[in-house]
Ligand binder design. Structure first.
Ligand SMILES: [Zn+2]
Length: 254
């Protein structure tokens, strides 16, 4: 049964043409992933499959869900993302690590060897970062509140604004080592969702990915900056217009 289908797919799968003749099932992806994990373990490489909350829900927390919602609200992505769900649900995402501005993933495809995926996210531009920091530092009290998504709805709207905290499709770049890689293959789609699962486990990774310093978004950050500026101003023998401008700009007076 399954062997016959697998053998016919292997005839083409290594070159990435398998999908034209046979759509790999979730069970096949699971079996291939298991073999890849076993092979890798023998070489001392550890994979930790990334699974969604359940077959229908990718992520459960505010940052995880919001990451996925953000991707789905853009038509550029929404048509192409579902093809990754089968791979995600089957345990095809073997690994995903978020570092500054990027996520690197290993995703099992229809062939024997898994593929390598890189997702890069542009840092939020400086002007918007400053505006969002100022809005947040008035509304978010603690780091715990920020990471748990406990903040006023106005801020949530600000985060989802066209040039908000969450990246637009034009600010997300990706690549995959698979041979039939097009603008977004199913492996990239699976990895894009898996980022949401990682954010469920560790929401602070969002800020690393987006090039934002999370501590600047919480209450007190603004006060600290004002204190620092005033202290610097006092150190000088006389205050300059520049200092006043800086402080006033911080409060949005200019
Ligand atoms: Zn691919």
């Amino acid at each position: 049964m399954a062997y016959g289908r697998r053998r016919s797919r292997y005839g083409y799968g290594g070159y990435g043409y398998g999908s034209y003749f046979h759509s790999t099932t979730g069970a096949e992806v699971s079996a291939l992933a298991r073999k890849t994990i076993e092979r890798a373990a023998k070489k001392g490489i550890e994979y930790h499959q990334i699974f969604p909350v359940n077959q229908r829900t990718v992520a459960a927390t505010w940052w995880g869900k919001s990451w996925c919602d953000n991707l789905q609200r853009y038509s550029d992505f929404s048509n192409r993302l579902p093809r990754g769900r089968k791979y995600l649900n089957a345990g095809g995402v073997l690994k995903l690590e978020i570092s500054e501005g990027q996520a690197d993933a290993v995703v099992q495809g229809s062939g024997t060897e898994p593929y390598r995926i890189r997702i890069q996210v542009d840092p939020l531009n400086k002007r918007r970062t400053k505006e969002i920091e100022e809005a947040c530092s008035n509304g978010i009290k603690t780091m715990d509140d920020l990471l748990k998504g406990r903040f006023p709805d106005e801020l949530k709207h600000l985060f989802f604004a066209p040039d908000g905290l969450f990246p637009r499709p034009g600010e997300i770049h990706f690549s995959c080592s698979c041979p039939d890689y097009a603008s977004m293959c199913k492996h990239v789609a699976a990895a894009m969702y898996a980022v949401g699962i990682i954010l469920d486990q560790n929401p602070s990774r969002f800020f690393l990915l987006r090039g934002i310093q999370a501590d600047k978004l919480i209450a007190g950050a603004l006060d600290n900056r004002v204190d620092r500026m005033l202290k610097n101003a006092r150190k000088k023998s006389s205050r300059t217009i520049g200092d006043e401008e800086e402080v006033a700009a911080l409060f949005g007076l200019f």
